[in-house]
Every structure is written in C-alpha cells, then in structure tokens.
Design a protein around this ligand. Sequence first.
Ligand SMILES: [Zn+2]
Length: 328
Amino acid sequence: MLRTHEFKVFPVIVPVSNKLKSINFFLVKRNNGLTLVDAGLNTDKCWDYLDETLKQNGHIHSDITEILLTHHHTDHIGLINRIIKQHPVPIYIHPYSIPKLKGETKFIQMHFEFFKNLYQEMGCGEIGSRQADYLYHTAIQGKDEKSHWEFREIDTNPLLGFDIIKIPGHSPDQIAFYHQNSRILFAGDLVIEHMASNAFVEPDTFGKRPKTLVQHKESLEKCVALSPRTIFSGHGKIIEDPIPLLKQRIKEIEEKAIEFLAIVQSGISTASEIAQYLYPYKYEKQFFSVMSKVIGYLDYLEWQGRLTPVLEKGVWHFYPIGINGIRS
Ligand SMILES: [Zn+2]
C-alpha cells in the first residue's frame, strides 16, 4: 500500500504465467471516493484478487465510485461488466476508444479496411487478408455487453486530483494519471519493468495510422520530463525511481532502429520480408505484434530521415537514404 496525505493506493497484482508476469490494476482511496484505475482481465482470478484487496482494506464493491481506464486493451477492462452488474459506476476513458468498445458498425468497418489495406501495402498477401478477417471477428465479439456502459470522455482537464497526460504509442488512446504532489504516475503499459512495451499499430479514431513507435518514444520522454517518483505499471513490478528505466527504454529504441536500418541496407525492402527474416517462427503465430514492431521501426527510421518509402505495384518498399539525402 502507498499512502500520501491525500490518498492511498491499494494495488491489485494478479500473477500470470506468461511473459507479462502479472496483471495490475489499482484501487485509489480518496477522501470522497474509491477509484478503480483499470480493471484487469475478465477471469475469476482477477475478480478474487480484487475482492480480497477490497476486503483487506475494509471496503466492499459498492464503495467503488468510478473506473478510470489508461487504455482499452482487454487486460485493462476485463472486470468492468462484473463490477457494474453489482453496482453501476461511470467509466472514464479517452474518447478515441468509445466507438471501438461500443462496437459501432462504422468503426468496425473502418478498422477492418484499415488492416486489410495496411497488410496488403506491407506485402503480407494472403496471410494479411486472413489476419484482417480475424481482427474483424474479434472486434465484433462482446460489443453488446459494452453498449450499456456509462462512458465519460476524459479531456485535458484534471480529473479526481490527477493531471491527464496523453501518452499514445502502445495504443492510440493511452492516458497516464499523474498526481503532482506525490509524483505518482499511473501509466498503463507505457513502461514495464522487466520488458519493453509494444507500440501496436492501430488506426486512430479517424482511420489514420499514427507513427506509433515515434509516439511511444515521445510519450516516454514526456514522462521523463514529469519526473515521477513512482510509476504504477499495468504489468510486472511497481517502478520506484523510474527515470533511469525510462531513459534506458528510449535508448533501446534507438539501438534497435540501427539494427533495422542495417537490414534495409542489406537489400530487404518490404515490411513483410523483414518480419519473416527477423521472426521466422513468430511471423504467422504472432502476426499482429510482429508486424506492429517492424512497421513501427520502419516508420521511426522514415521519421528520422534515414529511409524513404516507395510504393511499387501497391506494396511499400523501404530504401535507405544516403548522407546527401539521395537514395543509396
Ligand atoms: Zn495494453
């Protein structure tokens, strides 16, 4: 438990056997409320851990006054239905996620077209089409149960004593909640103590593709500038004195980018070919995250002016730019 004179944080740390190590979410007790920051996975285990944490601190479910979401991913919204079935509370989230969570037909269609075109243009062919279909089907699942959630849009105004810090990259809607006096930051999946977080490629609310790795790096820099003392992360350990780790993650992005540049310089020019070259075993099994990673680094190098994309027969090819700005 972390206690300041203004609030107490009761972390709910649910161990998992995969590489994430744990699913974390947090109860924040203020004078006039009990806020849940994120809502875990929809499993009995997460539910029991929440139950236990409430009990240990003298609370019951109906004491929860609102839910704040750092982003919309499944492992951060899982228990919402179970909680609001017992006791309805408002759910605060970035406006970008609302059409997605509500499963609005227009959004799902846009989402589908986005991935279909993206994977074609990245040279993924048949696998790309299959993956776009798969993402379409996951998007329509569970939309009915979310349609009655009471969403409140988070804007830039402080909320429940927290500053709102937009930290896109891992997802377009990711938000951190910063408590200035105690220098506590709830940062979703921006930074994980034991592994680098992914910058997933997803459309924003307008169907545009942000350069997610560039955003992710800028979000890490934004958090360095805030100088937090503690980061409550969505997975793994609670991070005390997080500045060295944030700087390390920024450095790792630059180092990895150099490796990607060397591959492009060796003559492998499409995102799909690079993905298959670097991750031959994961390419099909973990297609979405592998392609996100490769596209993220190609974007990053293009943004730095080290690569130029050229559309050839409907597929993007990436070429290194020489010192004088000419394709080398
Ligand atoms: Zn996430």
